[in-house]
Design a protein around this ligand. Structure first.
Ligand SMILES: [Zn+2]
Length: 195
């Protein structure tokens, strides 16, 4: 993706020096449904949150900007705290309390799962001007609050090829083998907005 020189780098965007640790293994865990779960080789309790192991990703904001990649921890922070994906400020409109979402393709349904955080009204015009995808086609929608649906992550099961997929928060068996990279939320009643 080509971005204009002075563009503000969105808060959720990852940088090339923000590498992800991949020293993964399987450990015995009596709390896991199968008695085994995915783990780092040097596990710490902070690796797990919401019943799943999260990628350890450096938080430097240095290196080449990877516009097509979200930083795992910043994405999760935005989703949990309803923060704008660009400026890290509150995402909801202070007058209406509604959240704003911007898509470069038309969303297929009024309700569904999202992993790209909302955007505040203040950042919306520049995002549409600067991002080449949105400049070509921008669809702006509003919604009320959302709920956590699950995670997007790499499912790494013993003896199988890893698969990137969305895993619901109640699928405890799959979550035990999931390397979480983003929080997925469920948004209802998206309403088109004019900008
Ligand atoms: Zn903002």
């Amino acid at each position: 993706m080509v971005i204009a020189a002075q563009a503000v780098v969105p808060y959720v965007t990852a940088y090339s020096e923000e590498t992800v640790a991949l020293n993964l293994t399987f450990i015995r865990d009596t709390w896991s449904l199968s008695g085994v779960r995915l783990s780092y080789t040097d596990p710490t309790s902070s690796d797990w949150d919401m019943g799943v192991m999260w990628a350890r990703q450096k938080t430097l904001r240095r290196g080449k900007v990877l516009y097509d990649e979200l930083h795992t921890l910043r994405q999760k922070e935005c989703m949990l705290s309803r923060l704008c994906q660009v400026c890290q400020g509150p995402a909801s409109d202070p007058d209406t309390g509604l959240l704003t979402w911007v898509f470069h393709v038309e969303p297929p349904a009024a309700s569904g799962r999202l992993s790209k955080p909302p955007i505040c009204r203040g950042c919306l015009p520049e995002a549409i001007t600067v991002c080449p995808y949105l400049r070509r086609e921008a669809h702006v929608y509003g919604s009320g609050d959302y709920c956590v649906w699950g995670v997007k992550g790499l499912v790494v099961s013993p003896g199988r090829q890893p698969v990137l997929r969305d895993v619901p928060r109640d699928d405890l068996h799959t979550l035990a083998f999931t390397f979480a990279r983003a929080l997925v939320v469920h948004v209802s009643e998206l309403r088109r907005e004019n900008v």
